[in-house]
Design a protein around this ligand. Structure first.
Ligand SMILES: Cc1cc2nc3c(=O)[nH]c(=O)nc-3n(C[C@H](O)[C@H](O)[C@H](O)COP(=O)(O)OP(=O)(O)OC[C@H]3O[C@@H](n4cnc5c(N)ncnc54)[C@H](O)[C@@H]3O)c2cc1C
Length: 411
């Protein structure tokens, strides 16, 4: 009987275990947490954005995106949906392509997978951290944190990335890959909040606006994203910030200066906003500048802009055309220097990782070490927000499971 160890019971490890199991193998699934799939549980704010209906390789970041082509063909949305439906897990596809379980509860997804693992006879060891792997002839020797040792024919490493250590994230996968001679790309936090040099964000803390965020680049094209921006005590959060964070994080990794511009009223062009303010000077000459801004923006933002411009005590009739132009730019091109991301602890995912040129895209087996597989987020593939990261975890788990269990039907 072939003995297989899967290290890490997240999305990729669970999927691999389910697909790999047959009557000729025994599978031990090791998980250092006291329960499986903590990241799935936390995903989509507890609603689990389980995958995306429309996925291409361009929804990912990595140094070798062609790696994804085989998997995206072999394990497309319909295959995933069929697999879920066969387990009794039904999916709800949203207009924007995001897919959730019909229950909109991540706990239900975990429960269904948990039962299936049990039914298939996978041996799950919880609170079992693997601390080292060595190869002795054609066997792998796994060492647990309690110093016990076990031998396996095949080992799948599905330990995720450094992101969100409270949920189990760490760099074990990278450590083992490096030990066995693989090349790694430097890791960086992604889908993460950003810390600003400007302390003024403290004054705005708690305010959420719908804005356009632009990353100005001296080398590449500017990148703009529309969405929520939430001001925090340390800097910026919200979906638009998370979505732009992979680009920012990569620039920070290269020690580049990063300036973000926030357009707080993207619905108005510069000309429209200028004429609104000019009209207000005529119609409401005795109103304070700050009160006029309150008709357009949240109070803390209005306060901050009038404070920054030194217009706190100014009435509309006191404003010159130059003052109006200055205020328009303060609203539509409010710039922040990014000093750092908010860190791995708060990141949803991690970019960088194991070089996929050294991994077989069809089976996820290492090209350097036979019978050693790397899946999920430890690889140099990271997705946008919107279900793409779980999609890759499921996909890589499926391919690795099928690599081990080649008789698995290819419907
Ligand atoms: C808060 C949050 C919300 C998210 N929401 C979404 C979402 O809605 N949609 C989406 O697509 N993606 C989401 N993601 C990202 C997604 O959860 C991950 O990309 C995905 O879970 C990665 O799967 P994985 O199998 O590679 O690793 P993980 O899910 O991280 O699983 C790795 C497992 O290995 C265990 N482990 C690590 N080291 C060891 C060891 N040495 N021994 C034993 N066990 C070990 C860990 O405890 C963990 O359980 C979210 C992430 C976070 C943090």
């Amino acid at each position: 009987m072939e003995k297989i160890a899967i290290i890490g019971a997240g999305a990729s490890g669970i999927m691999a275990a389910m697909v790999a199991k047959n009557k000729n193998n025994s599978i031990d699934l090791y998980e250092k947490n006291s329960s499986i799939a903590k990241k799935i549980r936390a995903s989509g704010n507890g609603r689990c954005n389980i995958t995306n209906r429309n996925i291409t390789k361009y929804d990912y970041f990595g140094n070798n995106l062609d790696f994804l082509e085989y998997g995206l063909r072999e394990f497309d949305f319909f295959k995933f949906e069929k697999l879920c439906n066969n387990m009794g897990l039904y999916l709800s596809v949203q207009d924007d392509g995001k897919v959730y379980p019909c229950s909109f509860e991540s706990a239900s997804v975990v429960k269904i997978f948990e039962e299936k693992l049990d039914e298939k006879g996978i041996n799950i060891s919880l609170k079992s951290e693997i601390i080292d792997i060595t190869k002795q002839k054609d066997k792998f020797m796994l060492q647990k944190s309690d110093k016990s040792i076990k031998f396996y024919d095949k080992v799948l490493i599905s330990t995720g990335s450094k992101a969100a250590s409270k949920l189990g994230g760490n760099s074990f996968g990278e450590k083992i890959a490096k030990k066995f001679g693989h090349h790694l790309f430097p890791s960086y936090p992604s889908l993460v909040q950003l810390e600003t040099k400007e302390r003024e964000v403290i004054r705005l803390s708690g305010v959420k606006i719908w804005a356009k965020v632009t990353l100005h680049s001296k080398i590449d094209k500017d990148i703009s994203i529309l969405g929520d921006v939430l001001f925090t005590r340390y800097g910026l959060s919200g979906f638009a910030i998370l979505d732009i964070s992979p680009f920012v994080s990569k620039l920070l990794l290269e020690n580049k200066e990063v300036i973000l511009s926030i357009d707080m009223l993207p619905k108005f062009s510069v000309q429209m906003l200028q004429s609104i303010l000019i009209k207000s000077c005529k119609n409401n000459p005795n109103s304070s500048f700050e009160t006029i801004l309150l008709g357009l923006l949240p109070q803390k933002v209005a306060n901050n802009i009038s404070f920054k411009l030194g217009f706190k005590s100014k009435k509309m009739k006191d404003l010159s055309l130059k003052d109006i132009k200055k205020s328009v730019y303060a609203i539509k091109d409010c710039r922040y220097s990014i000093k750092d991301t908010h860190g791995y602890e708060y990141a949803e995912v991690c970019g960088g990782g194991i070089d996929t040129l050294q991994i077989d895209p069809k089976s996820l087996e290492s090209k350097l070490v036979k019978n050693l597989y790397f899946l999920g987020e430890s690889l140099d593939i990271v997705g946008k927000r919107g279900g793409y990261n779980l999609a890759f975890a499921w996909m890589s788990g499926y391919l690795a499971g099928r690599g081990i269990n080649p008789n698995k039907e290819r419907d």
